[in-house]
Design a protein around this ligand. Structure first.
Ligand SMILES: *[C@@H]1O[C@H](CO)[C@@H](O)[C@H](O)[C@H]1NC(C)=O
Ligand SMILES: *[C@@H]1O[C@H](CO)[C@@H](O)[C@H](O)[C@H]1NC(C)=O
Length: 189
């Protein structure tokens, strides 16, 4: 009976199994290029940011490094489904429209490439998987050993808008060195 229960539990677990999930607590630089086009009218957004990710509290902070004089930061608190946009002394609240995403590679994701960066002697082993996110399809590259995110490409059409988004991560560090990036002013409206 007991063994039966254990086997059942394993079966339930494995049906939600992941190939890997990105680490729970980390910080990294993230470059983003988001190109969109509506009826042939195109726009491009480019940012260079420092991202702090706390998978325990389900909270993400993004500091915009490419516009240092704007002093801009976004905090997404998925436990409250609230986004805080902070710029200088101003802060605005809005409702998050996408659910919390722990950045896991699903067990049924297709492994597209197994490869390395660098040289065979000084290598960083990585894997690229098919992925879908925000209603778009694309590719997600992570390191093979620790599932550290490296690159994410997404493309597709949502509500008549054609999108091509590229994200690249660098200078990844484990843990949260500066938790103050998650702070939001009490006065946020
Ligand atoms: C993988 O499985 C999930 C749920 O188990 C499903 O929603 C998703 O469509 C599947 N993806 C692929 C690529 O088969
Ligand atoms: C990335 O890390 C290197 C080495 O630790 C450091 O010299 C560099 O300034 C960092 N780059 C950015 C953009 O943070």
């Amino acid at each position: 009976m007991f063994i039966g229960l254990v086997l059942l539990a394993l079966a339930v677990l494995s049906s939600e199994a992941y190939r890997c999930c990105v680490p729970t607590l980390w910080e990294a630089n993230e470059g983003m290029m988001m190109a969109s086009s509506v009826h042939g009218k195109s726009s491009l957004e480019e940012h260079f940011t420092r991202v702090s990710f706390d998978g325990n509290q389900k909270i993400v902070a993004v500091v915009y490094l490419s516009a240092p004089n704007q002093n801009k930061r976004i905090v997404q608190d998925f436990s409250k489904m609230t986004q805080y946009s902070i710029q200088g002394t101003e802060c605005h609240k809005s409702i998050l429209s996408v659910p919390w995403d722990p950045y896991c590679i699903a067990d049924n994701a297709t492994l597209l490439q197994d490869f390395y960066y660098g040289t065979p002697e000084n290598r960083l082993d990585a894997q690229t998987f098919s992925t879908s996110r925000f209603g778009l399809n694309g590719y997600f590259t992570v390191t093979k050993r620790e599932c550290v995110p490296i690159a994410l490409t997404l493309m597709g059409t949502v509500s008549g808008v054609d999108n091509f988004w590229v994200f690249g991560m660098s200078n990844f560090t484990m843990g949260i060195q500066d938790p103050s990036f998650f702070n939001v002013p009490d006065t946020c409206t």
